[in-house]
Design a protein around this ligand. Structure first.
Ligand SMILES: NC(=O)c1ccc[n+]([C@@H]2O[C@H](COP(=O)([O-])OP(=O)(O)OC[C@H]3O[C@@H](n4cnc5c(N)ncnc54)[C@H](O)[C@@H]3O)[C@@H](O)[C@H]2O)c1
Length: 299
């Protein structure tokens, strides 16, 4: 699968997963904006420029951008960089991220605000200007990066988990609003050995969890042939799996009481015959089905 003529903006791509996405897309012909605000503590060298140098050395085309995703001005500047350098944006990967872990009782605004600003604010700040361009050109692919910490929960990461779940709401609404413009919005939940996960993985996991094994999924979702939208994928060590939000059949009574809830608890929790709504409207259809089933118990 080739990306010739396509322009990709990848936030936080000066290291880790973003770097791997940038190298793969560049190797398949995309022109890349490598965004990252970090610099080497020793040499002051920009992470973004380092990855651009790698891409160029391998025969690819890329430009470095050091704006922060955390402000609307930064987001606008990143997308302007793509327009000035390459004329547009076809692919956006929201990948920039930080962690400020603390148990919830000890968490203060110092840990909460920057994490929300970079992950969730950052996705709004960069996606909004990119989306407007994509809508005008009737084409776009947006991939955002969530985490198991939000989807399933993880100790010490209330700030990060909340921000990461926000990205799911954002992407799913974009997926619904953008379908008629050939714009898709999908989400990956990766696990990889990077600076962010340093010190928490043993050697065997470090070896398996190569960041470049996440990038093929990002690239597939970024391709114009791929029309999948609003989906979430777990991607790690070469394994790819759909994660979905399912809703059980549930219990229904038009005169629901506390005792009904107590006595029907196993029905309420049951996963049997679950559905996977892809919009709030789909969920209303499920509710309507419950009314019908209650009113026509034999049908
Ligand atoms: N590594 C994992 O196992 C894992 C698991 C789940 C989710 N993620 C997510 O994957 C993404 C990439 O993380 P990674 O593991 O490669 O970590 P990483 O630390 O190697 O990369 C994150 C990059 O984002 C950059 N960045 C931070 N704040 C920024 C800002 N305001 N503007 C621009 N760039 C900024 C950093 O400089 C860094 O280079 C993150 O969103 C992270 O939350 C990673």
């Amino acid at each position: 699968m080739q990306f010739d003529g396509r322009v990709a903006v990848i936030t936080g791509s000066g290291s880790g997963l973003g770097r791997a996405h940038a190298l793969l897309l560049a190797s398949r012909g995309a022109r890349i904006v490598v965004n990252d605000l970090s610099r080497s503590a020793d040499t002051g060298e920009s992470y973004a420029q380092r990855v651009v140098d790698e891409i160029v050395a391998a025969g690819g085309v890329a430009v470095a951008d050091t704006n922060s995703v955390a402000t609307p001005e930064g987001g606008a500047a990143i997308i302007q960089q793509a327009v000035d350098s390459f004329g547009t944006v076809d692919i956006l990967v929201n990948n920039a991220g930080i962690v400020r872990d603390k148990s919830f009782a000890k968490m203060t605004a110092e840990q909460v605000d920057p994490v929300l600003d970079v992950h969730l604010g950052g996705a709004f700040n960069v996606t909004l200007p990119a989306y407007r361009l994509m809508k005008e050109q009737n084409h776009g692919r947006i991939i955002s990066t969530t985490s198991a910490a939000g989807l399933f929960g993880n100790f010490g990461q209330a700030n990060y988990g909340a921000a990461k779940m926000g990205l799911i709401g954002l992407s799913r609404v974009i997926a619904l609003e953008s379908a008629k413009y050939d714009i898709t919005a999908n989400i990956i939940a990766p696990i990889a050995a990077t600076a962010m996960s340093a010190g928490i993985l043993d050697e065997e996991w470090e070896r398996r969890l190569r960041p470049d094994l996440v990038s093929p999924v990002v690239a597939y979702l970024a391709h114009s042939d791929c029309t999948v939208s609003g989906e979430i994928f777990s991607v790690a060590a070469g394994r790819v799996a759909r994660i979905f939000i399912g809703e059980g059949r549930g219990f229904y009574s038009p005169d629901l009481t506390i005792e009904d809830v107590r006595d029907s608890w196993s029905t309420i929790l049951s996963e049997e015959g679950y559905s996977v709504p892809m919009s709030a409207a789909d969920e209303r259809d499920l509710l309507e089905k419950s009314f019908t089933a209650f009113e026509n118990p034999t049908s």
